[in-house]
Design a protein around this ligand. Sequence first.
Ligand code: HEC
Length: 108
Amino acid sequence: MTIDNRLFAFICIIAITLSPVSAVALDAPALYHERTCIACHGSNGREPAMDEYPKLAGQSEEYLLTQMKDIKSGSRSNAHSIAMKNVMHLISDEEMSVLAKWLAKLPE
Ligand code: HEC
């Protein structure tokens, strides 16, 4: 009985290890909180921390994605974008896509 339980636990661990982690890791609202986007762009991309910071909710997905990539790469660079650039090394291309898709669907 004990061995069966151990075997079952082992199989569960293997199954969890092999299952796609992206389902959990790429939850857009969680990413938005964890990667500190919320600190500057506010709740649901609608309440920026400063008047000079942009609202993100409801903008086109393609636009949002391009801006994130440009800020990360430094193509878009000014006194304010520097603050965001400092966190963008933590964000992968896949995560940017997930965030852009989610933000575009939020009501303005
Ligand atoms: C430290 C503050 C800060 C953090 C953290 C931050 N941003 Fe930004 N973000 C800005 C500022 C400021 C701008 C506008 C820069 C400019 O004026 O060019 C901006 C611009 C953007 C834009 C372009 C918006 C537009 O209308 O052109 C997008 C998209 C964006 N941020 C998404 C994010 C996401 C997603 C995260 C989290 C991964 C994030 N930002 C984290 C401050 C921040």
